[in-house]
Each structure stands twice: as C-alpha cells, then as structure tokens.
Design a protein around this ligand. Sequence first.
Ligand code: 2HA
Ligand code: ZN
Length: 269
Amino acid sequence: MKDILTAPFMVEMIRTTTNMYAHGWDERNGGNISLLLDEAEVKEYLDMQPIHTLETGFAAPELCGKIFLVTGTGKYFKNVQYAPDVNLGMVRLVENGTRAELLWGFTDGGRFTSEFPAHMMSHVARMKVDPKNRVVMHCHPANLLAMTYVHDLDEKTFTRTLWQMCTECIVVFPDGVNVLPWMLCGTNEIGVATAKKMETARLVVWAQHGIYGAGKDLDETFGLIETAEKAAEIYLKIAHLPLKNTITDEQMHLLEARFGVKAREGYLN
Ligand code: 2HA
Ligand code: ZN
C-alpha cells in the first residue's frame, strides 16, 4: 500500500487549501472543498475498510458508491498542510447517499464540512451538464463578497459587470455567474438552491457570504474563482469613478469568435 499523503489528489488538495488561505479567501474555518476521487486510484493507498458511517441528512442516489475527499467542519484551511489527516477526510456515499462511510481522515473525531449538502447536490447538478466535473469549491473572497453589498444582484447584470472588468472573463466563464440572495448556510435548502443554480453556471455567488465554483480539477476551479475575484476587485476600484471606457458587446463577440466560447444566451446584445 502506498503512502496516501503522497497521492497526487492529496498533494493537490493540500496545496490548494494552503493557497486559498494565502489568498485570504478562507479566514478561520471559512470555505470548504469536495473532490470526487477515482476508486481504482484510491485503492492504491487504502484498504477501503470503513472506520464508521455518518448520516448525511439528505438523499443523493446519483452519488451512491462515489468517493470524495472533503474538508472538515470547523477546520481551518490554514492548518490542512500541517495535519491533513485531521482536517481532511475521505468518505464514500452509501445507502442512496443518506450515509457516508469514513474511509480515511478526520482523526480527531471530526466530520465533513457543514456545507456537505450544497457540495453533494452541486456535484449531482454539474455531473449532468459536464461528466468530467470533479470539484466543488466554496470560499469567501473579499471583493466578490463586497460587490454583493453594492451591486444589483440580478444575474445578467452581475455577470455583465464582471465580464466588462477584464478581457479574459468572458473566456473563462462564458456561462456567467449565478447569484443566490442571502440564505441560511449549512442547510439542505441552500444546497438545493445552489445545485439548481449550478445547472446553468459553474459559479454561484452567495450574497453577503461568498462563492461556489465547480470544475474538472482543483487548479481549474481555483482559477475560475480567481478570475471572478480579480474582476470584482477591478469593479471595486472603479465603481465610484466616472466610467470613460468599457469592453463593448461588439468586442465581447470578437472574444467569443477568437476563443471559441459562447456567451450565456441572451447576455450580450
Ligand atoms: O464554515 O464557509 O459556509 C465554512 C463555511 C460555511
Ligand atoms: Zn462559507
């Protein structure tokens, strides 16, 4: 059996949580990640014997048998690199997704993130659109969060503002950004609402809270949030100044053609 701390998925998870903390996106226990793993790969490192099982509090039959590496509830991204086996856990969903077997980690008796419903329901939603999707990532980047206090939360308006802030935005997230109004976090209700929003975009802003991103790997998903957060930063730098220039819809169409992307239907004139 190989050492699980050397597994590429583990190394990447540790690097990503560390990097997100360094970006200031995950203060204290803020943020959470779930990464869908390949069973054959996991078997190189683990005997797959469940340590114990936990109730998930929801059903997700589509995920039955699937294995996820997830951050723990109350755990700090800052600390993952020093004690991955305490701050991370690997779970396999069983019994229609109503229970999760702990296969590794959470060695202090911890459990998966409080946002497990939003993560698992989002995986189900994204897999239907993109079978390659493996990551759901949540964090609290300051500029995107700040933007939800001063900008219209209408999804088309919010998306268009972000697209106009950096040339690359429409290329990186042509499907735009969906937005949920403030809701109580950690509940099945916000999970269902987030998953619904994930059907049409890989980014979902939680107003006055943070953002969810989804993608095929940790690097890509990090980059997605990073790009949106950069755009929000530019917005906050210019929002109070007289606007002299922008990226026009005509220029957006040039970007679509050049990079082979299609902007969300009805979002460009
Ligand atoms: O505490 O970010 O949304 C982790 C969170 C909850
Ligand atoms: Zn949060």
